[in-house]
Ligand binder design. Sequence first.
Ligand code: PLP
Length: 441
Amino acid sequence: MTHASRARSAEESRLLETAARRLPGGVLGSARFADDVAFVVKRGRGSRVWDVSGREYIDYLLGSGPMILGHAHPAVVAAVREQLEHGTTFFLVNEPIIALADELCRAVRCAEQVRFTSTGTEATFFALRAARAFRGRDRIMKFEGGYHGSHDYALMSSSPRSPKAFPAATPDSAGIPHVIEGEVLIAPYNDLATVEALLAVHADTLAAVIVEPFQRLIPPRPGFLAGLRALTARHGIPLVFDEVVTGFRFAYGGAQEHYGVVPDLAALGKIIGGGFPLAAVCGREDIMRAFDPRLDGAGDYVAQVGTLNGNPIAAAAGLATLAELRKPGAYARLHGLGRALRDGLADLVGRSGLPAQVIGETTVFDVVFTDQPVTDYRALLTADGALLKAFNAACVTHGVLKGQQKLYVSLAHTDEDVAQTLEVFEAALAALPRRRERASG
Ligand SMILES: Cc1ncc(COP(=O)(O)O)c(C=O)c1O
């Protein structure tokens, strides 16, 4: 824990001042650290990143998930270097992107065809557009607390402070046309009976049901996804899995393989671009065929185009990443490492005396500061956000970087990283105010 002893350098302070002046909030739209722990990343390698002041962090943010091999993995660097020499973007099909499309269809059970985008936000947006064209309806159903990127249909009841009665939607952002609220129905995650009742009334107006099979940090209850599959099939509504987080992480075949439930369409992102901007919609050929430009002029053509879509550098990085993940033992190691860290953290949390618990799967998890059982978004509202912020800031101060509400593990993390991280977690938990101090302070 040498990290805490080093002060922020003059150079880093200057950069942070420029960022504060030139970028709204001084950030990229993602989370904002408290001013006293903010830093500027200089470089990353393996499980570590370093800031401009030379301070080292064990990284569980991992670029918000893509860096499952760690930073600057030699196989990815070599593949990207090789492709760089041959041109960086063409706006045309190219060898790496065709190979990647083929590999995605081999790996992901629902995938018969693929349409590439540059971000996960676009992938869910276009999955919903394709479903609308296929089904000839407009509205979509999503789950309260589910996140599908930042387009207008996705930013509905992802993080409502005062949730409305189901299925009314609450926009998560200013600037979204009010008319969109009526186009999105909100259902409670993990509550099949309510979903069934809502579908009984609204099925005929729905184009799609979209779900994160593992919602943020909340695993599906046994039977929830299978029930959702059966209900949507019964009503003829395309089911979309948002696998931007779970794809190639929970298993090579993603959450579909891990939980054994196959949707009609899936959105992929993060890992498939190996740290470059690449995402995809994939799924049943009879739905995906609407993206075929030869249908232009016919009523059911789904327009979708983007300057950098199918970018060969991103495809090369993605292919190199997937090749590492196919190596024997890769997932056993990833899950083993994640389990050691998750269960170690759970043990520390249990002994801390704080009203807290660890939730999630072995490769994506975090602590939540509530003692209520967490099976849906509303239970998460009982959590103490201030304690989580204080915990995150203490972790950064001691050289452990994590997401605001999430830890990812990578194949670059070692047993020693885990041991070191657990020491930091213990110190961070010990520094948090207990109930009496919080009440009086
Ligand atoms: C489940 C899920 N869907 C979609 C997205 C959006 O992806 P992107 O940030 O690439 O637009 C994210 C991003 O974190 C996500 O977690």
